[in-house]
Design a protein around this ligand. Sequence first.
Ligand code: COA
Length: 171
Amino acid sequence: MQNPDTTSPGLSHSQTGVTPLPYWVGPVSHVWLPRLVAIDSSWNPRFWSQKLFEGELSNPASRVRGLFSDNELIGYGIAHVVANEAHIVSFGIASKNRGKGAGEYLLRDILSSLSAEGVSVVTLEVRLSNTIAQALYTKIGFDIVSVRKRYYSSNNEDALTMRLKVSDLGA
Ligand SMILES: CC(C)(COP(=O)(O)OP(=O)(O)OC[C@H]1O[C@@H](n2cnc3c(N)ncnc32)[C@H](O)[C@@H]1OP(=O)(O)O)[C@@H](O)C(=O)NCCC(=O)NCCS
């Protein structure tokens, strides 16, 4: 499937002499709604409906960024922005693309575009059992700031609230 709204990965290999990255980040259009649900449902027991994702695409406070490879959406992140703070409400990479640097690449891109619009603090919630996501967030510079008891109604699991001062973004 082609997505006319994806941004270019930049100059081609022949123009730069540098091997291009296998993926690029860009805005997500309505054509990708079924794919957003498919990616979300691969890990989220209470996965979002197409209508919910559609609401995010039209919410002026919402920033929806997609990670694309070979004209396929392979990951996405959604942040809500209020003044100089952002909260990441959903973030994930399609199962077969995990463990290859895609999540870190997308998250860094999201944080850099939030920073460019003046965001200085980013927060998120993550399941206590989701040590993989916690490792990624910690690597990037997020700290645990609190525990929210029984935050996830699917299994009453606790959430960790993590917070990043964008100026502390790790290399
Ligand atoms: C969490 C998630 C986004 C990470 O994306 P990814 O593309 O697999 O991660 P990357 O390959 O970019 O790895 C980046 C870092 O994440 C951590 N990480 C990734 N896979 C890991 C694993 N299997 N075990 C431990 N840490 C891991 C590491 O810190 C890694 O850095 P390193 O390679 O220097 O060790 C992805 O696993 C995912 O989509 N999971 C399901 C959805 C989810 O949990 N979303 C977060 C909700 S809060």
